[in-house]
Design a protein around this ligand. Structure first.
Ligand code: IMP
Ligand code: MG
Length: 175
């Protein structure tokens, strides 16, 4: 690998695959016969979203939004900005927002508020991971992949200053 730091695997590719199958099954059961609008939060959710939607057998449409709450470092700025929005009316639709990780919860509480305000029939949240120890705003996660301890994680879409998003597993950068 070109990267100089060593990454310790926290959640393997196999574990992720198994958990995604279970989450997709839950979603398929919850929305059987209905249409679901899937909204991924760029960039971090791209890998989780693509693996998840392959296992979803419902009538779906896929969109992406981009919000920013972090700089290039590893601490939150606390300010949430919608950098890219969707161009589709979601009134009376079932919406599932797909996120990489819920950390302080600040980003997702803001996103959920915006989407609910637009009159969706249901708004659910699927997140690949969650760090409950860091929570500052309460967020209900309907479909959660993994709870992780209070460490900065990378891979499977998650970055550290834009690096490591391509790793097929979730890991921790060795200090
Ligand atoms: P929150 O608003 O604090 O919940 O976090 C929002 C965003 O911060 C997430 O969607 C991630 O993009 C990023 N983030 C939080 N924790 C981590 C981490 O451990 N690794 C990489 N990105 C993270
Ligand atoms: Mg994110």
């Amino acid at each position: 690998m070109e990267n100089s730091e060593k990454i310790n695997v926290l959640i393997s590719e196999e574990e992720i695959e198994k958990r995604i199958k279970e989450l997709a099954e839950e979603i398929n059961n919850d929305f059987r016969g209905e249409k679901v609008i899937i909204i991924g939060v760029l960039k971090g959710s791209f890998m989780f979203l693509s693996d998840l939607v392959k296992k979803i057998n419902l009538d779906t449409e896929i969109y992406f939004i981009e919000v920013s709450s972090y700089g290039d470092g590893t601490t939150t700025s606390g300010v949430v900005q919608m950098k890219k929005d969707i161009d589709r009316d979601i009134k009376d639709e079932n919406v599932i927002i797909v996120e990489d990780i819920i950390d302080t919860g600040i980003t997702m509480s803001k996103v959920m508020e915006i989407i609910k305000f637009r009159g969706a029939k249901t708004v659910r949240l699927a997140s690949c991971s969650s760090k409950p120890a860091r929570r500052r705003v309460e967020v209900d996660i309907d479909y959660l992949g993994f709870e992780v301890e209070d460490k900065f994680i990378v891979g499977y879409g998650l970055d550290c200053a834009q690096k490591y998003r391509n790793l097929p597993y979730i890991g921790v950068v060795e200090e």
